[in-house]
Write a protein that binds this ligand. Structure first.
Ligand SMILES: Cc1cc2nc3c(=O)[nH]c(=O)nc-3n(C[C@H](O)[C@H](O)[C@H](O)COP(=O)(O)OP(=O)(O)OC[C@H]3O[C@@H](n4cnc5c(N)ncnc54)[C@H](O)[C@@H]3O)c2cc1C
Length: 383
């Protein structure tokens, strides 16, 4: 692994840094409230207008054809400048890589530019009241309507992040109830204004209404609905395979680039300098070292990807590392803040959200099972 950046990469970094320093908004409200979400969208539109929204995508879709390395550089600069987490992340970081892999050219041409421009806002409809860790237990179903040329969707999704603010949902539905659990699933793209779809927002523990339940009552998804963002992605009955590509993005690189943790570790060091507490010194150093270790781990992974390897089950290792690092880092900040940590502010808010990291994108217990079985070759649990 060569840790030096090329001249072009340094130039790319300088350009990104210059633009971000001049434009990043500070003090935006939480993007998980209706009003805050709208403010974040204004910011993300500004990113799009300057072609910084989706740097690694092809130019024809609003990107810069940037390499994975340049994308990592951009992410470092993004968080270093204090820019907020992307409220469009479920679309641009989860659905988009899946569309690049499994979408038809027609789907890519129709959906990606609108997603980049924040015209279509995507949420993830996988979890159900009876299907979380065991995602293959999904019971929401899609029944073929041959006469109308499409599918009728029924059932319920839950824990849909920012579902109440989004325009579209990608989700798993059972199209063949007689097939083996993982085989009878299909990956659907659904506009949320489709008749028969009801979105009901509900608040999280911190009070923000960032979650939704989504109900489907014979909602019709036409075969030829691509212009409206409706249809099947990756083929009928292929939903599990397509969904696993999305989870690879969610657990691995794209959703949690190291830039985010590097910036948080630097802020932690600043916090320590403003209120030194020798008893916490080692925790601060450890958090900083861990963030940089995650960066090196990621660089190693990107090197492998650039050499043509597929990350696969390694993304579970990423997920374990970043989610547990995030909890430790925020716990240390809360320790340093002492009673001040009870006030509202970025650290307490970040701390509460860090606690969700070991749950979303597949719980860490389940990731440990994946690492044990697929990477270490240990016997399967419960058999
Ligand atoms: C902040 C946040 C955002 C989310 N956003 C979305 C979203 O946008 N879209 C979406 O579809 N879902 C979303 N989720 C839901 C998330 O994917 C689920 O919460 C998660 O998959 C766990 O499922 P569950 O809540 O049903 O818990 P369960 O699956 O019921 O698990 C309960 C406990 O049992 C443990 N467990 C279960 N099975 C095993 C096993 N085989 N071995 C060992 N332990 C096991 C789990 O680790 C957990 O501790 C979100 C969750 C959070 C917290």
């Amino acid at each position: 692994m060569d840790l030096r950046w090329s001249e072009q990469e340094e130039a790319f970094r300088a350009e990104a840094r210059g633009w971000l320093t001049a434009h990043v908004p500070h003090g935006l409200p939480s993007g998980d409230t209706q009003a805050g979400f709208a403010r974040h969208l204004d910011w993300e539109r500004a990113l799009y207008d300057a072609r910084w929204a989706v740097v690694s995508w092809p130019e024809r879709y609003g990107g810069r054809d940037a390499s994975l390395w340049q994308w990592l550089i951009f992410e470092e600069e993004y968080y270093r400048a204090g820019a907020p987490q992307r409220v469009t992340q479920n679309g641009i970081f989860l659905l988009a890589p899946t569309l690049f892999e499994f979408g038809t050219r027609e789907q890519q041409d129709a959906l990606l530019p609108r997603m980049a421009a924040t015209l279509d806002l995507w949420c993830q409809g996988w979890s159900e009241p009876g299907a979380g860790s065991d995602l293959a237990a999904v019971r929401s179903r899609a029944v073929r309507d041959e006469a109308r040329g499409g599918w009728l969707l029924s059932g319920q999704k839950t824990w849909t992040t920012r579902g109440a603010f989004c325009t579209h949902l990608f989700g798993l539905f059972r199209t063949d109830p007689s097939a083996e659990r993982h085989r009878g699933l299909t990956y659907f793209l659904v506009p949320l204004d489709t008749p028969g779809v009801t979105v009901r927002g509900f608040p999280r523990l911190d009070g923000d209404e960032g979650f939704a339940e989504v109900f489907f009552d014979e909602a019709f998804v036409p075969d030829d609905g691509v212009a409206n963002g409706a249809g099947v992605l990756g083929g009928v009955g292929e939903g599990w395979r397509v969904a696993m590509a999305t989870t690879g993005s969610e657990r691995g690189l794209t959703l949690r680039s190291p830039g985010r943790f590097l910036a948080a570790a630097e802020r932690l060091v600043e916090l320590y300098r403003s209120r030194p507490d020798p008893a916490r010194r080692n925790q601060v150093v450890q958090a900083w070292v861990d963030a940089y270790a995650y960066q090196l781990f990621t660089l190693q992974q990107v090197t492998a990807i650039a050499d043509g390897k597929q990350p696969g089950a390694e993304s579970s290792l990423n997920k374990l590392f970043w989610s547990e690092l995030d909890v430790r880092l925020h716990e240390t900040a809360m320790d340093l803040l002492g009673p001040d940590g009870e006030a509202n502010g970025p650290w307490p808010k970040g701390f509460l959200f860090s606690l969700a990291g070991p749950i979303y994108a597949g719980t860490n217990e389940v990731q440990r099972n994946v690492v044990a079985e697929r990477l270490l070759g240990l016997p399967r649990t419960g058999r």
